[in-house]
Design a protein around this ligand. Structure first.
Ligand SMILES: [Fe+2]
Length: 497
């Protein structure tokens, strides 16, 4: 192992945000020629980029949402010539650089600059810890509270904040972009686009070469956490769930997010290449919440279907606490829900159909984006698991089962991990063989002691996940949980500037 750099030993609170799997690591390192058990499919050639939050310094005030504020690290697992290497580096955000120079935390509560130390005044607060986005040969580390930072795909060095060559006006960019599989266009948005607690949402399109070609602004019904959105072949969909922000609360040192069970949800629908003046709002149920959407598509009758990992309340325990909400797992009502929107019958509300079990971190082949699709994958908990799940991540417990869901009538497939195991969101590697569904790459954690874990990357046949891994690659170093990842093939990497 080559250790590049390490943050000095620090004393973090003895709380779930900073212990067990969530224990901060604070090291940049590289590992070469990782040990492989099994056979890596030759099609798995490229790099698996992962976003891993890892706070460099302990917080100086109590913050239930601190788990969302870990400094972004970008890691790369490279598959080339039958060998696998691993590297991880901090994203050198303005925030991270300033805190490292100071040797302590300067930024206060999650998305509340009114709680910052004076030295942080006016500085960029984002930590770029959510998704490594690859588009038009550029690697961008994103978080929804700010603009992305561009990272060098080869050595993971930070190249600086990214604003599409000075053209972007929005102060924020989502970590959940959508790329049309045919046009190669990048669709994205930014909420609280002009400041804290604002209802302004920027809607943007970049062409396949990465040029920002459209940026428009609209008002959401209220300031909501807009974590994800979707496109179809002709429409852009902006779901709004009632996890809301209030400027007065921020000024009094409160939390950015509170969930409001009595408030309506909405979906904004507009022609994706059209004007925001064409945006129509459709009403959804009160109080519901969703972080991630699997897909959306239009059917032959012109209806729009939006498939999402929905629940009756925001799933983050610290947001429930801040909202005075107490729910049992059953009351959470988590499900894969399809909201159907009819643009032509005069209705102004969605119709819901449950199409899958509870879960999150849904995924589809990139070629299915915005199209009618036959299958997808997502993570869930095994209800028959003996013993407690692995603690970690923002929800407090890690998923332990991978599902392949079929929407053509075939039964679901499940890969349920053994006790004391958890897994992170996989990436999909397409196969060149038409009849083959490709491969899934996921990092699996095994807990071997209170704060002891071993980690491995598993490669699975995406069409036969229940069969277990075709290859396991050891990662002989502690890892914190990943948020999202992105697969970039060696062909795309070679074509990049
Ligand atoms: Fe996300």
């Amino acid at each position: 192992m080559v250790r590049v750099k390490a943050i000095p030993v620090r004393n973090f609170p003895n709380t779930p945000e900073f212990t067990g799997l969530n224990t901060p690591i604070g090291e940049e390192y590289e590992l070469e020629s990782l040990r492989v058990e099994g056979r890596i499919p030759p099609e798995v050639a490229g790099t698996f980029f992962r976003a891993i939050p890892d706070p460099a310094f302990p917080p100086y005030l109590e913050d239930g949402a601190a788990v969302l504020s870990g400094d972004g690290m970008v890691s790369a697992m490279r598959f080339a010539g039958g060998k696998v290497s691993f590297a991880i580096r901090y994203v050198q955000t303005e925030r991270h650089r300033t805190e490292v120079a100071a040797g302590r935390a300067l930024f206060g509560k999650y998305r509340n600059p009114f709680t910052d130390r004076p030295e942080a005044a006016g500085l960029d607060r984002t930590v770029s810890n959510t998704t490594p986005v690859w588009h038009a040969g550029k690697l961008l580390m994103t978080k929804e509270d700010g603009r992305p930072y561009r990272v060098d795909r080869r050595n993971l060095a930070t190249l600086g904040r990214y604003d599409f060559g000075g053209r972007l006006k929005s102060a924020t960019v989502t970590a959940h972009v959508r790329i049309d599989p045919e046009s190669g266009e990048l669709f994205f948005f930014g909420y609280e686009a002009d400041g804290l607690a604002s209802t302004k949402v920027a809607y943007c399109i970049a062409d396949r070469h990465g040029n920002l070609t459209r940026e428009q602004c609209f008002d959401a019904p209220y300031c909501a956490m807009m974590h994800d959105f979707t496109i179809t072949e002709r429409y852009a969909l902006f779901p709004i769930y009632p996890t809301t922000c209030d400027l007065a609360r921020l000024k009094s040192g409160g939390d950015h997010w509170v969930h409001e069970l009595g408030r309506e949800s909405f979906v904004g629908v507009m022609p994706r290449g059209g004007s925001v003046a064409q945006l129509r709002w459709f009403r959804g149920p009160r109080g519901v919440s969703c972080y991630h959407m699997m897909n959306a598509f239009e059917d032959a009758d012109g209806r729009i279907h939006l498939d999402q990992c929905l629940s009756n309340v925001n799933a983050f325990p610290f947001i429930q606490r801040a909202s005075g909400i107490r729910v049992t797992p059953e009351e959470m009502g988590s499900r894969l829900a399809r909201w159907t929107i009819n643009l032509n019958d005069g209705s102004d509300s969605v119709t819901e159909t449950v199409i899958g079990p509870p879960g999150d971190l849904p995924m589809i082949p990139a070629t299915s984006q915005g199209r009618s699709y036959g299958h997808g994958w997502m993570l869930t908990m095994n209800p028959a698991m003996q013993g407690p799940p692995v603690a970690g991540g923002p929800v407090g417990v890690m998923f332990n089962t991978l599902l392949r869901l079929d929407f053509t009538g075939k039964p679901p497939q499940a890969l349920a991990l053994p006790p004391a195991h958890s897994l992170s969101e996989p990436v999909h590697v397409p196969s060149s063989k038409l009849a083959h569904e490709g491969w899934l790459l996921t990092v699996v954690d095994q807990q071997t002691g209170a704060s002891d874990f071993v980690h491995a990357l598993w490669i699975l046949d995406a069409g036969n996940v229940a069969a277990g891994p075709v290859a396991r690659i050891e990662i002989p170093h502690r890892l914190r949980p990943q948020v999202h990842g992105w697969w970039v093939s060696e062909v795309e990497l070679a074509a990049a500037l």
